[in-house]
Write a protein that binds this ligand. Sequence first.
Ligand SMILES: [Zn+2]
Ligand SMILES: [Zn+2]
Length: 141
Amino acid sequence: MTEAPSPIFPQHGGCQCGAIRYELRVPPFGIWACHCSLCRKQSGSAFGLSMGVALDALVFVQGEPAVWTRETESGHMLDCLFCPTCGSRLVHRRHAHEGRQTLKPGTLDDTSWVVPGRHFFPESALDWVKTLLETPSPPPS
Ligand SMILES: [Zn+2]
Ligand SMILES: [Zn+2]
């Protein structure tokens, strides 16, 4: 795996239209990709990216996200925070959150350091993604 650059905190990010802005104050617990069909639907893309962060590590500094709540397959209630203007998904919070939430890291202004450390449901990945996952990374130059 290629070495990701070390970010300087706080990091900033926001939704696609710019109405909602946030500050991420400390490093995340982890970054992962999920290839399940629900994450595909949610992201409108090939897979979902998530970044585990502490509840108090992320502060909204502009705008107020809207919330859509759904029940997960494991029976937990999940709050999905999004921009009410442009619809960008920003954060997921389980009701039994244990102090954590997940940030959708594609909304960060600087995504150069966003590298998933784990892949969930790789067997459900699109065929071309499977091919990429199975291709060994080139050695660092
Ligand atoms: Zn927006
Ligand atoms: Zn998923």
